[in-house]
Write a protein that binds this ligand. Structure first.
Ligand SMILES: Cc1cc2nc3c(=O)[nH]c(=O)nc-3n(C[C@H](O)[C@H](O)[C@H](O)COP(=O)(O)OP(=O)(O)OC[C@H]3O[C@@H](n4cnc5c(N)ncnc54)[C@H](O)[C@@H]3O)c2cc1C
Ligand SMILES: NC(=O)c1ccc[n+]([C@@H]2O[C@H](COP(=O)([O-])OP(=O)(O)OC[C@H]3O[C@@H](n4cnc5c(N)ncnc54)[C@H](OP(=O)(O)O)[C@@H]3O)[C@@H](O)[C@H]2O)c1
Length: 285
């Protein structure tokens, strides 16, 4: 997988258009990170409220039905990558070559319309966890998206002394969106006010790759099981008294990590019953 220089198209390049789709929002920025990954921003309905970490249904109109000629919206679940305070909405997306939605979505441009069903839901929210000292965000691939929201949410730093984000991808280029976002946090005035001194003591970023050389190779699950991740991060092993966790990745990853957290004594939480960790699939297998 080759990393390509992010190509950004911004607001000023396009003339405003009147929305024509149902629940339409207008694209304001598109960035391509690799040939499989892109992010985009769009307008946010003024009435839409959500909690950082939640997901919504977004999409485009599908192709006309060959028999009836009717077109229906083609919608998919997407984590909102922007924080709840942001005036716009951001998303981080895969490009599946033959994917019904993303084969089209990957070609969107500034000024285009995207359908948004403004009913956010999800379990990767602070409300689903009981208080703790340290929070772990465990992601693979586009599973980073909900954490892109939570890492920009001041409550994350108010609620926890330490925030650890692990991101495992196949290739180094697939880490770029996350890495740039985390590096930008250091210069975010709002967050710095909450975090205070010792930014990189409070936020610990642990990116790893599995199929291309990078500074740290290996699956996070293996690196935790061997104790290597704890040693390099300078933290004690997971324990139910101090640690809280959110997991978002492929199904096998979610299950493996869930079993590891349970073995360490952490209990799964939900909106209706907050506990010590929560989990959500990054995509349906
Ligand atoms: C709760 C939830 C949140 C989601 N959030 C996001 C998100 O923030 N960003 C995002 O890109 N996708 C996300 N997805 C997946 C998304 O809903 C779609 O599956 C994806 O946009 C592809 O749509 P498609 O119609 O092109 O292909 P689909 O027919 O939906 O998928 C085709 C195949 O592509 C693979 N695939 C799908 N999505 C991904 C992915 N994200 N990463 C790797 N492989 C994938 C799977 O093998 C899948 O069977 C989420 C899914 C769920 C259930
Ligand atoms: N990423 C690519 O370059 C690429 C290219 C073409 C097609 N695809 C297809 O796209 C789909 C999704 O690919 P993806 O790379 O986004 O996601 P993915 O296959 O879920 O892999 C993302 C990362 O998670 C790791 N991982 C997988 N299972 C794990 C587990 N149980 N515990 C810990 N870590 C685990 C992977 O390591 P491992 O590498 O060790 O599995 C990889 O580093 C797949 O169907 C794939 O065939 C991907």
């Amino acid at each position: 997988m080759n990393e390509i220089a992010p190509v950004t198209q911004s607001d000023s390049d396009a003339a405003p258009k009147m929305p024509t789709l149902p629940d339409a929002q207008t694209v304001t920025e598109v960035k391509h990170w690799t040939d499989r990954l892109f992010s985009f921003r769009m307008t946010r309905p003024t009435t839409m409220r959500f909690r950082s970490g939640e997901f919504v249904m977004i999409g485009l109109m599908g192709d006309p039905d060959p028999k009836t000629g009717k077109v229906k919206p083609l919608l998919r679940a997407y984590s909102i990558a922007s924080p709840s305070w942001d005036e716009e909405l951001e998303f981080y997306s895969i490009k599946v070559p033959d994917g019904p939605l993303t084969s089209k979505l990957q070609h969107i441009k500034v000024g285009d319309e995207i359908i948004l069903r403004p009913k956010p839901v999800g379990t990767l929210v602070h409300d689903a966890l009981i208080p703790g000292k340290r929070i772990w965000f465990f992601a693979t691939g586009t599973g980073f998206a909900p954490f892109a929201s939570l890492l920009r949410e001041p409550q994350t730093y108010e609620d926890y002394d330490e925030v650890i984000i692990t991101h495992t991808c196949r290739t180094a280029g697939e880490l770029t969106y996350g890495r740039e976002l985390i590096e930008a946090l250091e210069h975010d005035e709002l967050l710095n006010e909450v975090i205070g001194d010792g930014f990189w003591k409070k936020i610990k970023y642990y990116p790893t790759t599995t199929r291309e050389q990078s500074a740290k190779m290996g699956r996070i699950t293996d690196l935790i099981n061997s104790g290597e991740a704890y040693k390099e991060l300078g933290v004690e092993p997971l324990c139910p008294q101090n640690d809280r966790a959110m997991i978002c990745g492929n199904l096998a990853f979610n299950l493996e990590l869930k079993a590891m957290l349970e073995a360490a004594g952490l209990e799964e939480g939900a909106n209706s019953k907050p506990a010590q960790y929560v989990v959500e699939k990054a995509f349906l297998d």
